[in-house]
Design a protein around this ligand. Structure first.
Ligand SMILES: NC(=O)c1ccc[n+]([C@@H]2O[C@H](COP(=O)([O-])OP(=O)(O)OC[C@H]3O[C@@H](n4cnc5c(N)ncnc54)[C@H](O)[C@@H]3O)[C@@H](O)[C@H]2O)c1
Length: 445
C-alpha cells in the first residue's frame, strides 16, 4: 500500500520503518523541516534500538521517503496514519493542536478518498471531532470524496518498539466503516497478533482502551512503589514479593518492579488526560489521582534518603547520577524521575554530575541551565569526589559495576539504587553504604 505518515517522532518513525520493511511504500511528512532534512540524509533524530537499521534499509530500498511538503504527502496514497504529538497543556487537558492541524492539511489539500487512522493517543471523542473537521473542509471545497477517520491506538513501548510492532499483542481499530476495516487488515498483513484478528470497536471505546491500558500499567507501578516503602519498614523484600505475585496470570509479571518512579512521554500524560476527561464529565477518577500522587512522592524518595544522610546540608556535597532517560534503551527524557531528583539536588545547593549511555552523547537533549550541573561521558569520571551515587535508570552497563574503581574515586562510598539493579550484599562486602527501593530493611541501614 502507499502509506503517508504524519509525524516522525518515536511512533511515526517506528511505524514507517516497520511498514517499509513489510514492503509498503511509505512517505513520512513532518512540519519540522530540520527533522525531515536530517532523515533525508539518513540521520535518525531519536534513539530506539534497531531503528537506524530499518530506516536505512527503507531508504536504501526506495520504500521509505520523507517530505516537508503536504502537497507531496497527499498526492497519491491508500491510507494516512497520524502519529503527531498530543502533549499535556499543563492542566491535564490534551493539546489537539497538532492533530487538528493534520485535519486541516488533509481537508485543504486531499483530492482523493482515503482512510485516516489516528495512532496518536487522543481523548475520547477526538476521532469524531477530526471526522467533523475534515468533512467540513471538504464541504467548503465542494469535493465529493470520502475521508473516513478511525482510531487505531499505538501500544508500543520505547526500547522494544520494533519487535513489538512486528509482534503486537493486539491491534485495535475504532470504526464502523467496512472500507476502513478492509484497508487496515491489508496494512497489517504479516503484522497481526497471535489471534490473527483486529479488535474492531467504536472509536470511543478504542480511544479509551489506550488510556485505560496505560493508566492500569501506571497503577501497577505505583502500587508496588507504595508497598516497597512498607517493605523497608517490616523487613520484607519487594523483589521477592514481586516474584511471588507475578506468576498469577490474573496479576501478570510486567510493571511490578518497584523503582524511583515512572516517567516517559506516555504514562504521566495519559493519566493526567484521563483524570481531566473524567472531570469534564463530572467524574472523579480518584484511583488515578492516588497513582499520580504516589508517583510524585516516589520520584522524591531517593532525594529524601540523600537529605537524611547529609542532614539536609548539600552545600559542598557532590552527587553523581547514573542514568537520565526515563528507562533504558531510549533517549527519551520526558517526565524522567532523574529530572526531579536533579532539580531537588540543585535547589538544595548540591553539585551534580550525570552520566547516561545515550543522553550523554547528545548534550542538546539535556537542557537544565545550571553551572552546578555537569554532564559527563564516562560513568567513572562523574563519580570522582562524589559523596553519593544515585542510579536513576537501569541501563545494563551499570549492572557490571566496578566497586573497587568506584570506591577509589568517591569521597563517600554511598549508593542509592533507584532501580534495584545491584546486590545489597555485594555492595556491603565492598564497604559501600547501600540503599535501594524496598529490598533493604530500614533496620539494616
Ligand atoms: N512515544 C511513545 O512511546 C508512544 C507510544 C504509544 C503512543 N504514543 C502516542 O503517539 C503520539 C506521538 O508520540 P511520539 O512520542 O512519537 O511524539 P513525538 O513528539 O516524538 O513526535 C511527534 C512528531 O509530530 C510532528 N508534528 C507535529 N505537528 C505536525 C503536523 N501538523 N503534521 C505533521 N507532523 C507534525 C512533530 O514535529 C514531531 O516530529 C502521541 O499521541 C503519543 O501519546 C507514543
Amino acid at each position: 500500500m502507499k502509506v503517508t505518515i504524519f509525524g516522525t517522532g518515536y511512533v511515526g518513525l517506528v511505524t514507517a520503518g516497520c511498514l517499509a520493511h513489510k514492503n509498503h511504500e511509505v512517505l513520512c511528512y513532518d512540519t519540522d523541516n530540520d527533522r525531515i532534512k536530517k532523515l533525508d540524509n539518513g540521520l535518525v533524530p531519536i534513539f530506539e534500538p534497531g531503528l537506524d537499521n530499518i530506516i536505512a534499509e527503507g531508504i536504501g530500498s526506495g520504500k521509505l521517503l520523507f517530505t516537508s511538503s503536504p502537497q507531496e504527502a497527499l498526492r497519491s496514497l491508500d491510507i494516512i496514519i497520524l502519529c503527531v504529538g498530543t502533549p499535556d497543556k499543563g492542566s491535564g487537558e490534551t493539546s489537539l493542536i497538532a492533530i487538528e492541524s493534520c485535519a486541516k492539511t488533509i481537508s485543504d489539500i486531499s483530492s482523493q478518498s482515503v482512510p485516516v487512522l489516528i495512532k496518536s493517543t487522543v481523548p475520547v471523542g477526538t476521532s469524531v471531532k477530526i471526522q467533523y473537521l475534515i468533512n467540513k473542509g471538504l464541504k467548503e471545497r465542494k469535493l465529493d470524496i470520502k475521508i473516513p477517520v478511525a482510531s487505531n491506538p499505538e501500544f508500543l513501548h520505547e526500547g522494544v518498539a520494533i519487535s513489538e510492532f512486528y509482534n503486537p499483542d493486539r491491534i485495535i481499530l475504532g470504526t464502523k466503516d467496512q472500507e476502513v476495516i478492509k484497508a487496515t487488515i491489508k496494512l497489517y498483513e504479516g503484522l497481526m497478533p497471535e489471534s490473527q484478528e483486529i479488535l474492531v470497536m467504536s472509536p470511543e471505546s478504542s480511544e479509551l482502551t489506550k488510556y485505560a491500558s496505560n493508566s492500569f500499567l501506571a497503577t501497577k507501578i505505583s502500587y508496588m512503589n507504595q508497598l516497597s516503602q512498607f517493605c523497608s519498614l517490616v523487613g520484607a523484600n519487594i523483589d521477592d514479593v514481586r516474584k511471588g505475585m507475578g506468576p498469577d496470570p490474573d496479576i501478570a509479571p510486567g510493571y511490578l518492579y518497584a523503582g524511583c518512579g515512572f516517567g516517559g512521554s506516555c504514562l504521566p500524560k495519559d493519566i493526567n488526560s484521563l483524570i481531566y476527561q473524567a472531570g469534564e464529565k463530572g467524574r472523579d477518577l480518584s484511583i488515578l489521582k492516588a497513582v499520580r500522587e504516589v508517583n510524585e512522592n516516589q520520584k522524591k524518595y531517593l532525594f529524601s534518603i540523600a537529605a537524611s544522610l547529609f542532614s539536609n546540608e548539600f552545600k559542598d556535597k557532590k552527587v553523581a547520577i547514573w542514568g537520565l532517560s526515563f528507562k533504558p534503551e531510549t533517549d527519551d527524557m520526558r517526565g524522567a524521575p532523574s529530572l526531579t531528583i536533579i532539580k531537588k539536588l540543585l535547589d538544595s545547593g548540591a553539585k551534580v554530575e550525570c552520566y547516561d549511555p545515550v543522553v550523554s552523547q547528545d548534550r542538546e537533549k539535556f537542557n537544565i541551565q545550571n553551572e552546578s550541573l555537569r554532564l559527563g561521558t564516562d560513568p567513572y569520571e562523574v563519580v570522582r569526589d562524589a559523596d553519593c551515587l544515585i542510579i536513576c535508570t537501569e541501563w545494563n552497563e551499570f549492572k557490571n559495576i566496578n566497586y573497587k574503581k568506584l570506591g577509589s574515586l568517591m569521597n563517600r562510598k554511598t549508593i542509592l539504587d533507584g532501580r534495584n539493579i545491584l546486590f545489597p550484599k555485594e555492595a556491603a562486602l565492598n564497604n559501600f553504604e547501600y540503599f535501594d527501593i524496598g529490598r533493604t530493611s530500614i533496620n539494616q541501614r
